[in-house]
Design a protein around this ligand. Structure first.
Ligand SMILES: [Mg+2]
Length: 272
C-alpha cells in the first residue's frame, strides 16, 4: 500500500461536521473527493457525534450534495444511544434533552419518549446537543437522574465548529447535569467509544482491518481509530488546524500512532 492510499475493498467511516460541512456550509474539496471515492467503488459510512438530526435527515442532506448513500450507511450518536439502551433494557421509557434527530432515533428504537412532568419515572435520560435547551428541561432531566434513571450521553464534545467560530456542544449540557446531580454518564454512545467499531463489525459484517476512520478531531475521531487499531486519517478542514497539530499534539506523536494527516480529502484521491 502506498503511503496515504487506500486498499481495494476498504470501507471509509467519515465524520460529518468539519469534514463534509461546517455549520451549513459544505466543504467543497472534501465533498468532491467523497463523490469520487464512492464512484470508484469504495463503501463510505458516515459517523457523527451530532445527534440533532436523524439518519434519514442526514441521508437527505448528503443527497443534496450529490453524495448518495442509504440509511444503513449513516450512524449518528443518537442512533447509537437509542440502540445501546434497547440492547441493555429493551423498549424503555426515556426523557430526552436533545433535538428532533435524537427523539426520532429513540422512537425508531421502540422507546417511549416522556414529557417533562413524567421524566422522573423514566428508565433513562438521553442527553445530546439541544439548541432549544431550557432551564425546565435541565430540571426535569436532573430530577430523573437524581431518581436513578440511567444517564446516557450521545457524546461529550464540549464545542462544535460552526461557520463563524465555536458553539457549545452536548458536553456543555452534560457538564451542567453532572454539576447538578454529582453523576457522570453511565454510557457515552458516540465517538470515541470503541463499542461503535464492534457494532459496525457485527451489524454490517465489515471486519475492522478493512475500515478507515476519517475525521477532523483528535480527541474523538482519531482516538477511536487509535483505541480500536483502525487506520485513521485526520483532515485539517474542521476543528484541528495545522497550528494545533504542530503546537499541541506534535506531528511525530500522531505519525507513530498510525494516523495520517491530510489537508483535505483531495490528498487521498490524488494519492490513489
Ligand atoms: Mg467533526
Amino acid at each position: 500500500m502506498e503511503k496515504g492510499c487506500l486498499d481495494r475493498g476498504q470501507t471509509l467511516i467519515v465524520d460529518l461536521d468539519g469534514v463534509v460541512w461546517i455549520g451549513r456550509k459544505p466543504i467543497e474539496e472534501n465533498v468532491i473527493a467523497l463523490r469520487s471515492l464512492i464512484s470508484r467503488g469504495y463503501r463510505v459510512l458516515f459517523l457523527t457525534n451530532n445527534s440533532t438530526r436523524s439518519r434519514t435527515q442526514y441521508v437527505r442532506m448528503l443527497r443534496d450534495l450529490g453524495i448518495i448513500v442509504g440509511i444503513d450507511s449513516v450512524i449518528t450518536s443518537g442512533y447509537l444511544a437509542a440502540s445501546w439502551l434497547y440492547e441493555q433494557k429493551g423498549a424503555s421509557e426515556v426523557y430526552i434533552v436533545g433535538e428532533e434527530g435524537l427523539i426520532e432515533e429513540a422512537v425508531l428504537a421502540h422507546h417511549r419518549v416522556l414529557t417533562g412532568e413524567e421524566a422522573v419515572r423514566s428508565t433513562a435520560v438521553l442527553v445530546g446537543l439541544d439548541r432549544n435547551l431550557t432551564y425546565q428541561k435541565l430540571r426535569a432531566a436532573a430530577r430523573a437522574l437524581l431518581n436513578g434513571s440511567l444517564f446516557i450521553a450521545t457524546n461529550t464534545d464540549h464545542v462544535i465548529p460552526v461557520e463563524d467560530g465555536l458553539d457549545p456542544g452536548a458536553g456543555a449540557i452534560i457538564a451542567a447535569l453532572e454539576a447538578t446531580t454529582g453523576r457522570k454518564p453511565d454510557f457515552v454512545a458516540g465517538k470515541p467509544n470503541p463499542w461503535i467499531i464492534d457494532l459496525v463489525e457485527k451489524r454490517l459484517g465489515i471486519p475492522r482491518q478493512n475500515l478507515v476512520i476519517i475525521g477532523d478531531r483528535v480527541d474523538t475521531d482519531m482516538k477511536l481509530a487509535m483505541d480500536t487499531g483502525v487506520r485513521g486519517i485526520l483532515v485539517l478542514t474542521g476543528l484541528t488546524g495545522e497550528d494545533v497539530i504542530s503546537k499541541a499534539i506534535g506531528l511525530e506523536r500522531l505519525s507513530v500512532t498510525g494516523i495520517t494527516i491530510m489537508r483535505t480529502l483531495k490528498d487521498l484521491v490524488d494519492r490513489c
